[in-house]
Design a protein around this ligand. Structure first.
Ligand code: UGA
Length: 437
């Protein structure tokens, strides 16, 4: 099928590359001409495992192309994806300015009949506005441009796999023709047995926010338990194991630590809360999830202060700066929230990350960046594990200990084994588990 993707950020570019991989003819367009130049050369503008090779492959086989001419991009498309950003406004509400612009662009140049698919995360009710925009721009044949909601469930760092082997594909639409178009688009996945869910549009839009808020709820529940475990001597990892063994609860997203970050959970939770409030429903649980998440960073700072007393003139090293492993994304990263908090207390903060060094420096220029974990540890008074990159498993702990002023390790992801830390001679502060001296 002929597919156009408007917006080549994380979601848009993964959509481009994976739909080309499924055999469609995909054109990606973006308002940023430098990004289009980069993509035409087969380079990805951010780190996402497996994406760059898929983009190059798509370009080489002719299934994938990029243009900054949005009119040319949408002209022959049967399916037009809107994958533009929906950043938070000061109120917490999602800004839908780029969505409206993309809808108007699609309507101005599309050749009906075709479907216009919302893939960006948007509040329930957005499709109605998108539909109105399409009909405003095309008063005569706008009804042949149908709106569909097809929320993404991609995790950064695993986005290519999540797209090619999804848990489920959700499509919200109003007409049999629109559903049939989307089934044709995703037939390679449906043929492989992927769960296919059809709903009305408002349900699909709301379900996306409901999923992200529920995942964030599980994490905050685990973090609140961690605070209780720290006060009672219980072990949150063991508690989460017991909970996870109940099939009704499930083992995932019960990892206590520094909390969630990234460009999805924090902003989606706020946007969902604003939507509820606009609809006249008070949903304080959503605010509470965010409050507990903020508290997780504060709890880590308290441990560091407990270990080091005053932070003035102390050097603290952070390992892992991206909001989670497998990505160079530092947006709303707990590591940087912690770094700012420690800097406020007068500490010198140094960080190391396998992929997000430049991004972290751009976000927080006063952060010192070390070229490797050992340089970061050199002369430091405390080491904090902020995101659990697998390569930290093979750290030479004896060497690290020898380089530090004091062997204090705060584990913001419960990544290390307490017994190994004891054997290595660290004062070890895990999250929600007994301290090891
Ligand atoms: C999340 C969802 O998992 C995706 O399904 C969704 O499509 C995406 O948002 C989106 O809306 O675009 P993502 O933000 O990439 O994906 O990252 P996650 O893997 O969900 O992790 C989010 C945060 O939660 C990370 O900071 C991670 O460290 C933290 N986390 C995760 C925990 O603190 N504990 C856990 O047990 C699991």
């Amino acid at each position: 099928m002929r597919v156009t993707v408007i917006g080549t950020g994380h979601v848009g570019l993964v959509t481009c590359a994976t739909l080309a991989e499924l055999g469609h003819r995909v054109v990606g367009t973006d308002s940023n001409p430098e990004r289009i130049d980069l993509l035409r050369r087969g380079a990805a503008p951010f780190f996402e495992p497996g994406l760059e090779s898929l983009v190059s492959k798509g370009i080489d086989t002719g299934g994938l192309s990029f243009t900054s001419d949005s009119a040319e991009a949408v002209r022959d498309a049967e399916v037009i994806f809107i994958c533009v950003g929906t950043p938070p406004r000061a109120s917490g509400e999602a800004s839908l300015v780029a969505v409206e612009k993309a809808a108007a662009q699609a309507a101005a140049h599309a050749t009906p009949p075709c479907v216009v698919v919302e893939k960006s995360t948007v509040p329930a009710g957005t499709a109605v506005r998108v539909g109105r925009t399409l009909r405003r721009v095309r008063p005569d044949d706008g009804h042949d441009l149908e709106v569909v909601s097809n929320p993404e469930f991609l995790r950064e760092g695993k986005a290519v796999r999540d797209s090619l082997e999804p848990d489920r594909v959700l499509v919200g639409a109003e007409s049999p023709r629109a559903f049939a178009t989307m089934r044709r688009l995703y037939s390679p996945l449906i043929d492989k047995g992927c769960t296919w869910i059809e709903t009305d549009i408002a349900t699909a839009e709301l379900a996306k926010h409901a999923c992200n808020a529920f995942l964030a709820l599980k994490i905050s529940y685990a973090n609140a338990l961690a605070r209780l475990c720290e006060r009672s001597g219980a072990d949150v990892v063991a508690v989460a194991n017991v909970m996870g063994a109940d099939a009704r609860i499930g083992p995932h997203f019960l990892g206590a630590g520094l909390g969630y970050g990234g460009y999805c959970f924090p902003k989606d939770l706020q946007a969902f809360e604003r939507l509820a409030s606009r609809l006249g429903y008070d949903f304080p649980l959503l605010k509470e999830i965010a409050r507990i998440n903020d508290e997780a960073v504060e709890a880590a700072a308290d441990k560091i202060i407990d270990a080091l007393w005053n932070l003035e003139d102390k050097r603290i090293a952070l390992l892992g700066l991206s909001f989670k492993p497998g990505t160079d994304d530092v947006r709303f990263a707990p590591s940087l929230a912690l770094a700012r908090r420690l800097a406020e207390e007068g500490a010198a903060v140094v960080g190391y990350d396998p992929h997000a060094q430049a991004e972290a420096k751009a976000e927080m220029p006063e952060l010192e960046i070390a070229p490797d974990p050992y340089e970061a540890a050199t002369g430091s008074d405390c080491l904090v594990l902020c995101s659990e990159w697998e390569q930290f498993r093979s750290l030479d702990l004896a060497r690290i200990k020898g380089l530090m002023n004091y062997p204090v390790l705060v584990d913001g992801r419960n990544f290390f084994d307490p017994q190994e830390m004891r054997a290595a001679g660290f004062t070890y502060y895990p999250t929600g588990r007994p301290r090891v001296d």
